[in-house]
Design a protein around this ligand. Structure first.
Ligand SMILES: [Zn+2]
Length: 478
C-alpha cells in the first residue's frame, strides 16, 4: 500500500521543527517519489559542505552557494537513500601537482587578499584578475572540489560505484599553470589521469555552454582521451573563443592526438529538440567509434535557458536527456558525472537534482517539497513558481533568437562523423594485438605529451590569455 503523504508544513513552520521530524518528512518524501537503491548498479555521491561557504566576491557570477541549493533539493527529495554518500577530503598538494606546475601551486598556496598587492606580476602571469580573483580560503576551495573529483574517480576505478557524482567539480577552463574562466585547478584532468591508470581510453563529454578548453588542451597530444565539447562558439565575443569545428587535435596525423579533440560549435538560441538530436547522433557515434573504457560527463548548467551568462534556450529535461543518453550507452563502463558552469543558482540546483535522480533511476514529482531550506529561492513567478521543471526556454527578456538551421546542424554532425573515420579502432587494436609493446609505446607517447604540455604552457597559454583579456566585459562570458 502506498504511504499517505504527510501534510506539508509551511516553510517558516518547517524551520522550527526538531531534527527527527525533518528526517521523518524526508523519509516520507523519498517514499512518495519511490526512491530506492538502483537495481544492478551503484551510484556514489561525493561532497564536502565546506565548499559552499566560499565567496569569489559580491558581484562575481560564480556562487558556490548554488552547490548548497543543489544539495538541499537532492536531500529534500530523499535521493541520498539511493546513493552511497561520501564526504570527500581535500586534494593534497601532491595530488594537484600531478597536473599543475609547482610554481603555480606555490602561488595558489601563498596568495591571499591581504598580501595580493605584493604578487602583482604573478597574478598576471597565472591568469588572475576579475574573472579569477584572489579570495579568502582559495586553496581550501580548490583542493575541496579537486579532492571530490579524485575521490569519485577512485570510487569508480575500485568498482565501488558504477556512476559517481561530484557537482562541485567540472571546472574545465583551468590550465596546467593558470587560472581561467572562474576555474583554478582542473579537477577533470586530475580525475581523467586517475582513470587512465585503469583504462586505455577515456571519453570526455562537455555540455557546458563554454568550450571545455582546459581539458582539451591537457590531452591534446594523446589518443587515450577523446574530448567532445558542445558549446556556444564565437571567437570574437564569447569566452574562451576556442573550440571551432576545425580544432580537431594536432595537425599531423602521425601525432596520436590527431582527430581526438571533437568540437561542436553552436550559435545562440539552440532549442531542446535540436540539441537533443545533435547530442544523441554525435555522442552515440563517438562512443561507438572510440569505445572508451570509462566516460566523464561535464554537466555545466549555463547551457540552460535564462542562464545569467549562457546563450541557449534549453529546458532542464533536455539538459538531463544528455545525462540519460550517456548513462544508457555506458553499459559496463564507469561514468563520472561532474558539475561545471551555471550562473542562475536556482536553475543549477533544479538541474543537478534532476540529473542525480536520472543517475539513480528515480522520477521526481514536479512540485518542490515544502521542507526545503531556502525554498523561497524557488518561489514566485520569476523564480520558477515552486516547480522543479519551470519552463526556461521562453523567459521574457532572456530568450535568445535561434540562429540554427537544419542544414547547419547537419554539417556539424557530418564534421564529427568525418573525423571519426580516423578515430575508429585506433588505440584499441594496438592494445589487443601488441600488448607487450603497449606500455613502452605509452611511455613514449606520454613523454611527448608532457613535453608538448610544457611548450603549450608557455606559448599557447600566453596567446589564449591575451584573447581572454581582449574580449568585452565579464558579464558576457563563462
Ligand atoms: Zn560555462
Amino acid at each position: 500500500m502506498a504511504p499517505t503523504p504527510a501534510p506539508e508544513p509551511e516553510h517558516l513552520e518547517w524551520k522550527s521543527l526538531p531534527q527527527a521530524e525533518i528526517e521523518r518528512l524526508i523519509d516520507a518524501e523519498a517514499d512518495r517519489n519511490g526512491i530506492e537503491k538502483p537495481q544492478g548498479y551503484k551510484v556514489s555521491f561525493h561532497y564536502n559542505a565546506d565548499v559552499e561557504s566560499h565567496h569569489f566576491g559580491k558581484t562575481h557570477p560564480m556562487k558556490p552557494w548554488r552547490l548548497m541549493l543543489s544539495k538541499q533539493l537532492i536531500v529534500g527529495y530523499g535521493l541520498q537513500y539511493a546513493m552511497e554518500c561520501y564526504q570527500s577530503l581535500p586534494a593534497t598538494r601532491q595530488e594537484l601537482a600531478r597536473f599543475h606546475t609547482d610554481r603555480y601551486l606555490d602561488f595558489l598556496g601563498i596568495v591571499n587578499p591581504l598580501n595580493m598587492e605584493d604578487w602583482k606580476a604573478e597574478r598576471d602571469r597565472f591568469g588572475f584578475g576579475d574573472d579569477c580573483p584572489v579570495f579568502d580560503g582559495m586553496w581550501d576551495y580548490v583542493s575541496l572540489y579537486g579532492g571530490a573529483s579524485l575521490q569519485a574517480a577512485r570510487t569508480l576505478m575500485s568498482h565501488e560505484a558504477d556512476i559517481a557524482i561530484n557537482w562541485s567539480g567540472g571546472l574545465h577552463h583551468a590550465k596546467k599553470s593558470a587560472a581561467s574562466g572562474f576555474c583554478y585547478v582542473n579537477d577533470i584532468v586530475l580525475a581523467i589521469q586517475e582513470m587512465l591508470r585503469h583504462h586505455a581510453r577515456v571519453l570526455y563529454v562537455d555540455i557546458d555552454v563554454h568550450h571545455g578548453d582546459g581539458v582539451e588542451q591537457a590531452f591534446w597530444s594523446t589518443d587515450r582521451v577523446c574530448t567532445l565539447s558542445y558549446h556556444k562558439y564565437d571567437p570574437e565575443v564569447f569566452f574562451p573563443g576556442t573550440g571551432g569545428a576545425d580544432e580537431t587535435g594536432p595537425p599531423h596525423s602521425r601525432d596520436e592526438g590527431a582527430h581526438h579533440a571533437l568540437n561542436v560549435p553552436l550559435d545562440d538560441g539552440i532549442d531542446d529538440e535540436q540539441y537533443g538530436d545533435l547530442f544523441r547522433r554525435i555522442t552515440g557515434a563517438v562512443i561507438d567509434a572510440f569505445d572508451p573504457g570509462a566516460i566523464v560527463l561535464q554537466c555545466g548548467a549555463d547551457s540552460l535557458g535564462g542562464d545569467r551568462l549562457g546563450r541557449f534556450n534549453l529546458n532542464i529535461k533536455a539538459h538531463g536527456a544528455c545525462v540519460a543518453f550517456v548513462k544508457s550507452r555506458c553499459h559496463d563502463r564507469p561514468l563520472l558525472i561532474l558539475g561545471g558552469g551555471g550562473y542562475t543558482p536556482r536553475n543549477v540546483a533544479r538541474t543537478w537534482c534532476h540529473e542525480t535522480a536520472l543517475a539513480v533511476g528515480a522520477e521526481l514529482r514536479g512540485t518542490l517539497p515544502a521542507h526545503i531550506p531556502y525554498r523561497q529561492a524557488f518561489m514566485g513567478e520569476d523564480n520558477g513558481a515552486g516547480l522543479l521543471y519551470p519552463e526556461l526556454h521562453n523567459i521574457e527578456g532572456k530568450r535568445h533568437q535561434n540562429r540554427h538551421s537544419p542544414a547547419g546542424l547537419a554539417r556539424l554532425v557530418e564534421n564529427v562523423l568525418t573525423q571519426l573515420r580516423y578515430v575508429r579502432g585506433a588505440p584499441s587494436v594496438q592494445m589487443q594485438e601488441l600488448p607487450r609493446d603497449y606500455s613502452r609505446a605509452r611511455a613514449e607517447a606520454e613523454e611527448r605529451f608532457q613535453e608538448e604540455l610544457m611548450e603549450m604552457d608557455g606559448v599557447a597559454e600566453g596567446r589564449r590569455r591575451r584573447k581572454e583579456k581582449n574580449v568585452g566585459g565579464r558579464g558576457e562570458f563563462r
